[in-house]
Design a protein around this ligand. Structure first.
Ligand SMILES: C[S@@+](CC[C@H](N)C(=O)[O-])C[C@H]1O[C@@H](n2cnc3c(N)ncnc32)[C@H](O)[C@@H]1O
Length: 154
């Protein structure tokens, strides 16, 4: 299979090889995304949804380089993270449940130890990280304000 999902958790995307750090979520391969146990240029696509924000930013930089390494030339990365700019705004302007939701999206839901958020991204920050890792043609493919859904090419 030449499509890899990283941080698949309890919502694995169909058609992908599933990789996660937790052993209790039925991933195909278990490990830490900072050091992916795959060969260079093994995959045509890498997909990751609500995962990168669970890493310290120094580890996110390492992991994006790992994603780049395992992608074939011209391979596609599709990545989705919460848009921290949206949730900061919500936190400042809302109260009650919406404010609580913003806090969960900023800091993580804390349902298990890997469920904390260690960093947050707005569009500029995520694009800079992706550029630094070597990606090009980085584009937002959904205008949904709450999330950053980006596609990038190796
Ligand atoms: C919030 S869940 C997202 C799950 C799924 N992708 C979704 O969209 O619902 C984040 C996942 O990333 C995984 N994770 C956290 N740190 C990781 C790491 N260093 N390497 C691999 N997976 C990790 C967690 O175990 C968890 O399953």
């Amino acid at each position: 299979m030449s499509k890899l999902e990283i941080g698949s958790g309890n919502k694995p995307k169909e058609g992908y090889l599933h990789f996660d750090i937790r052993s209790n979520v039925n991933a195909d391969v278990i490990g830490d995304a900072k050091k992916l146990p795959f060969r260079d240029e093994e995959f045509s696509e890498v997909y990751s949804r609500f995962f990168l924000e669970h890493l310290l930013r120094k580890d996110a930089r390492i992991t994006l380089k790992e994603m780049y390494r395992v992608l074939k030339k011209e391979g596609v990365l599709e990545i989705i993270v919460p848009n921290i700019a949206y949730f900061f705004k919500l936190f400042l302007t809302e109260s009650g449940q919406k404010k609580e939701w913003a806090l969960n999206k900023i800091y993580g839901f804390e349902n298990y130890v890997e469920d904390h958020h260690y960093f947050g991204y707005d569009e500029e920050t995520l694009k800079n990280f992706l550029t630094e890792a070597g990606f090009r043609e980085i584009n937002r493919i959904s205008e949904e304000e709450q999330y950053l859904h980006l596609k990038a090419i190796k």
